[in-house]
Design a binder for this molecule. Structure first.
Ligand code: PGA
Length: 251
């Protein structure tokens, strides 16, 4: 049975004290969420150590939002997978569209990053998704397929258990425009089929595929009711503990 996951992506929001109090609120309310739903908070690198201390002893897991494409060394300003793992984080997001768009993150770099993340025992939340132009040109399947092939297919069947996929249509991120449940389900099912084509039905059935893009407590129930939607990667709504927990209660 694949895991249900609701992961908050805080992006470049909150100071450390603000982040610590948000994490405290999430931990305080985590008991309201069904026990088969895993909660993850992906926080800025500066917050990892302090938030790890807040999450200790709770079921909420910690994630970074990115990691470096090198093991260590002279890469000023970068944060390595080993550094992230040493804080107590167990996941890192990779390939978020904001990183692809603003920081030149290519599929090739993502392969390197995921390889190093795994070498340091981090699991990877890999984001894929088309932009508006690609959606309007009817290329959304093609775009997601190539992102999956270029990154996921570079890893072994055994490593699939350490990946979570997040389908995030770029046109729905932070715009208030959510993909309809049918639009999201169509791509999720397609991604699962693509994975099955390469790794077999069993591995595909076990893969957690999250939806991301203006997900909130009001639209989460319909999205999460879809066969192939196993939870969400939540941006804006993850900055309010009530909304984040409300979403996680939507299954
Ligand atoms: P949003 O962001 O929920 O604010 O649209 C989702 C994401 O980018 O992960």
């Amino acid at each position: 049975m694949r895991k249900k996951i609701v992961a908050g992506n805080w992006k470049m929001n909150t100071t450390v004290p603000e982040g610590v109090s948000l994490a405290r609120e999430v931990v305080a309310k985590a008991g309201e969420v069904p026990s088969d739903v895993k909660l993850i908070v992906a926080v800025p690198a500066t917050h990892l150590v302090s938030v790890a201390a807040v999450l200790e002893g709770s079921a909420v897991e910690l994630s970074a939002e990115n990691c470096a494409d090198h093991e260590k060394g002279a890469y000023t300003g970068e944060i390595s997978a080993a550094m992230i793992a040493s804080t107590g984080a167990t996941y890192t997001i990779l390939g978020h569209s904001e990183r692809r768009q603003y920081y030149g993150e290519t599929d090739e770099k993502l392969v390197e990053k995921a390889r190093i993340a795994f070498a340091n025992s981090l699991k990877v939340i890999l984001c894929v998704g088309e932009n508006l132009e690609e959606r309007e040109a009817g290329k959304h399947f093609e775009v997601c397929e190539s992102q999956i092939e270029n990154v996921l297919f570079k890893f072994s069947a055994e490593q699939m258990k350490d990946f979570v996929i997040a389908y995030e249509p770029v046109w729905a991120i932070g715009t208030g425009k959510t993909a309809t449940a049918a639009q999201a389900e169509e791509i999720h099912a397609f991604i699962r089929k693509t994975i099955a084509g390469r790794f077999g039905a069993e591995i595909a059935a076990d893969m957690t595929i999250l939806y991301g893009g203006s997900c909130k407590p009001s639209n989460a129930p319909e999205l999460f009711a879809q066969e192939d939607i196993d939870g969400g990667l939540i941006g804006g709504a993850a900055l309010k503990a009530d909304d984040f927990i409300g979403i996680a209660k939507s299954f």
